[in-house]
Design a protein around this ligand. Structure first.
Ligand code: 4UV
Length: 557
C-alpha cells in the first residue's frame, strides 16, 4: 500500500524475543498527507471552536481553520510565488494562527521549519541560513528581532506578520497575514505533496554536536497521530455534539512535543486548543479555572509548579483526570506528590519521545503500570536495548540496562543536508536514541540516564557543543566543556569548565555576560564556570563529560 506497510512487514520478519512491541495489533496507516488527514474530520463539527487565544480570546472554528489554510496556500503560491519544496520558517509563539501557517504551507507543498521565537538573532539566523528559508511567519511584536535576522541573510525574504493585539500595525515592508488569507485566489487548490514528502523540519542536536534539521514526512506525522489516537492510548474523549475536550497549551508548538501530541493530534480529534503564548502563573491558573481541562500535557517543571505552587489549589485540579508529562525525567516521588495534592483524583501518565521519534512510549490504561516508567511502546513501534559498548550486538534481555533503539513509522527520515549524522544515528535501520534505560517483564520502559551530550533545561534542548564553541571564542579561553548538572526546578542547567592561555586570567562575570547576551535565556550557564588546568579527554580527544559530572556530583551532592 505504502511505505509504512512495508516497514511493518520488515519488522515482523526481524522479530526477536528481545525486541519489545505493543501487545496491541499494528494499525494500518492511511496513505494521505497531513492536512488531508487533519481536515478529514472537520466537517463533523465545522462550527466548534478549534483554537482560542487565552490572552486575547481570538478564536477560529474548524471550518475557519480549513478555509483560511486553503486561502493561505493559494496566496503563498500566487502572491509570494513560493514553489513546492521551498522551506518556510514559522517563528511564532503559541498563537491560534499557528495551525493555519502550518497547514496552509503544507497544502502548498512547502516544508516548514519550526523556530523558537525566543531564540537570539544568531540562533534564528543559523536556522534560516541552514534551511535557506524562503519566507517567514512571525508576529508584529517580534519586528525588531526579525529585522535584525533578515539583515544578515544573503537574500531578501518576505515576512508575513500576524497581529496579536488590536493596537498592532503591520510593520513597513512586511506582509499582513490576514489580508493574505482573506482573499481566495481563483487557482486550483490542489497541491502536489506526496505522503513521503518532507513536511516539517524542527531542530535537534541529536546524540552529538550542533543543532540540525530533523526531517519528518507527511507520512511519519500521520502515523504518529494514528498511533496516539489509538483506543489503547488516547486520554481524550471523542468530540460529540455536547462534548469537546479543552486543552490549555503552554508547551511551545515549535518543539516536537507541543507540535505532535498537542497541535496536530488534538486538532485531528477536534479538541479545543487554548493557546498560551508564554507561561505566567496567574494566566495559567486562570485558564485552569475557566476551561476546566480533563487532560493537562506538561513538562516536569510545569508538573512541579502544579505540585508546589500555592496558586494551584484543589479547585484548579478538580476537573483534571490526567496529567501527562514528557520531555525530561519525572520521578515516582514527584508523581506521588501531585496525586496526593489532588486527593488521589488525578492520574499521572508519562510519555517518552525525541524530536527524531516524536513519541516512542506512553503509559496508559493502567496496564501493569509502575510509577516512574515512561510507558510501553506505541503500536507499530519496536524497541530494543543494546549494549553501550557494541551497538551491533544482540539486544539485551528485560531488566538489563543499555542504549535504547527505536524503529517505527513515526521515526524521522534523517537530518537535513547531513548524510554523515544521519548515517551514524541509524544502525541497521534502527534509530539510536542516546538514552540509557531498560524494560521490565511487562514491557514498561525506564529511562535511567542520557548517554548523549544533550542537556535538558525545562524540557528544552541545550547542545553543549554550541555553548562550548561560543565560550572558546572568548579572549584567553583555550578550551571549554559544558555538562548538565541537576537543578531542583529546571531538571538540569549547564555548567562550564574552561582552560586559559598560560599566565592569563579572565573576569568570569564578563564571560557569563558574554554568553548570556548570545544565547536564549534557558541556555545560560546557570550552573557556574570553573577554571581548570586541563579538561579530561579520551585518547582520541573526546571530552570525558561523565567524569566531570561524577566529580561534580561527588563534591556537591
Ligand atoms: O528531542 P527532544 O527535545 O524531544 C522530546 C520529546 C518529548 C515528547 C514528545 C511528545 C510526547 O508526547 C512526549 O510525551 C514527549 O523531549 O529530547 C529528547 C530527549 O529528551 C529526553 C530523552 O533524553 C530524549 O532522548 N526525554 C524525553 N522524554 C523523556 C525524557 C521522559 N519522559 N523521561 C526522561 N527523559
Amino acid at each position: 500500500l505504502n511505505k509504512n506497510i512495508k516497514k511493518i512487514n520488515i519488522s515482523f520478519t526481524c522479530y526477536s524475543s528481545n525486541i519489545i512491541r505493543s501487545r496491541f495489533p499494528d494499525i494500518v496507516i492511511p496513505d494521505v498527507t497531513l492536512p488531508e488527514y487533519i481536515f478529514s474530520n472537520f466537517n463533523k463539527f465545522p462550527n466548534k471552536i478549534a483554537v482560542e487565544c487565552a490572552e486575547t480570546g481570538r478564536k477560529y472554528t474548524f471550518e475557519e481553520l480549513r478555509r483560511k489554510s486553503i486561502n493561505l496556500n493559494k496566496a503563498l503560491r500566487k502572491v509570494l510565488k513560493l514553489k513546492h519544496d521551498d522551506i518556510i520558517a514559522v517563528i511564532l509563539p503559541n498563537v491560534p494562527e499557528y495551525p493555519i501557517c502550518i497547514l496552509g504551507s503544507l497544502l502548498a507543498n512547502l516544508k516548514v521549519t519550526t523556530v523558537n521565537p525566543a531564540g537570539t538573532v544568531d540562533e534564528i539566523k543559523r536556522q534560516m541560513i541552514d534551511t535557506d528559508t524562503k519566507a517567514i511567519f512571525t508576529v508584529c511584536s517580534l519586528e525588531n528581532h526579525i529585522r535584525q535576522v533578515i539583515r544578515t541573510l544573503p537574500a531578501p525574504v518576505p515576512i508575513i506578520t500576524i497581529k496579536t493585539k488590536t493596537t498592532d500595525t503591520t510593520p513597513e515592508g512586511f506582509i499582513n497575514f490576514s489580508e493574505l488569507l482573506d482573499v481566495s485566489f481563483a487557482i486550483d487548490d490542489k497541491y502536489l505533496a506526496k505522503t513521503n514528502d518532507i513536511a516539517i523540519i524542527p531542530y535537534s542536536s541529536g546524540t552529538t554536536g550542533l543543532q540540525k534539521g530533523v526531517l519528518h514526512s507527511h507520512s511519519s506525522l500521520v502515523s504518529l497521530i494514528c498511533q496516539l489516537r489509538s483506543p489503547y492510548v488516547v486520554f481524550t474523549k471523542p468530540t460529540t455534539e455536547n462534548f469537546q475536550e479543552t486543552l490549555p497549551v503552554v508547551l511551545p508548538f515549535f518543539h516536537i512535543y507541543g507540535f505532535t501530541s498537542l497541535l496536530i493530534t488534538q486538532l485531528s480529534i477536534m479538541s479545543k486548543i487554548v493557546t498560551l503564548s508564554k507561561f505566567t502563573p496567574e494566566i495559567f491558573v486562570n485558564v485552569l479555572e475557566k476551561h476546566k481541562p480533563r487532560l493537562l500535557c506538561v513538562v516536569p517543571p510545569l508538573f512541579l509548579f502544579l505540585t508546589n505552587s500555592p496558586l494551584v489549589t484543589q479547585k484548579h485540579l478538580k476537573s483534571v483526570e490526567y496529567v501527562f508529562s514528557g520531555a525530561a525525567p519525572l520521578g515516582p516521588k514527584d508523581e506521588e506528590r501531585l496525586v496526593i495534592k489532588s486527593e488521589e483524583k488525578l492520574q499521572v501518565v508519562q510519555g517518552y519521545g525525541l524530536t527524531e521519534a516524536p513519541v516512542v512510549t506512553v503509559n496508559s490504561n493502567n496496564d501493569h503500570y509502575t510509577a516512574g516508567t515512561v510507558g510501553k511502546p506505541l503500536q507499530n513501534t519496536e524497541i530494543k536495548v543494546v549494549s553501550v559498548e557494541n551497538a551491533l550486538a544482540e539486544p539485551l534481555a528485560k531488566n538489563e540496562e543499555g542504549e535504547i533503539f527505536v524503529r517505527g513509522p513515526q521515526v524521522m527520515c534523517g537530518y537535513y543536508n547531513n548524510p554523515k549524522e544521519t548515517e551514524s544515528t541509524f544502525v541497521n535501520g534502527w534509530l539510536r536514541t542516546g538514552d540509557l534505560g531498560y524494560y521490565d517483564e511487562y514491557n514498561n520502559v525506564y529511562i535511567k540516564d542520557r548517554l548523549k551530550e544533550l542537556i535538558k533545561v525545562k524540557g528544552y534542548q541545550v547542545a553543549p557543543a554550541e555553548l562550548e564553541d561560543l565560550i572558546r571564542s572568548y579572549p584567553n579561553v583555550t578550551d571549554a566543556v559544558v555538562i548538565g548538572i541537576p537543578h531542583e526546578k529546571y531538571g538540569e542547567v549547564p555548567r562550564a569548565y574552561i582552560t586559559l592561555k598560560p599566565k592569563t586570567n579572565i573576569n568570569l562575570k564578563s564571560l557569563e555576560e558574554f554568553v548570556s547576551s548570545n544565547v536564549s535565556t534557558y541556555k545560560q550557564i546557570q550552573g557556574g564556570f570553573s577554571i581548570v588546568d586541563s579538561i579530561p579527554k579520551t585518547a582520541s580527544g573526546k571530552y570525558l563529560r561523565k567524569d566531570l559530572k561524577v566529580q561534580y556530583l561527588k563534591n556537591n551532592m
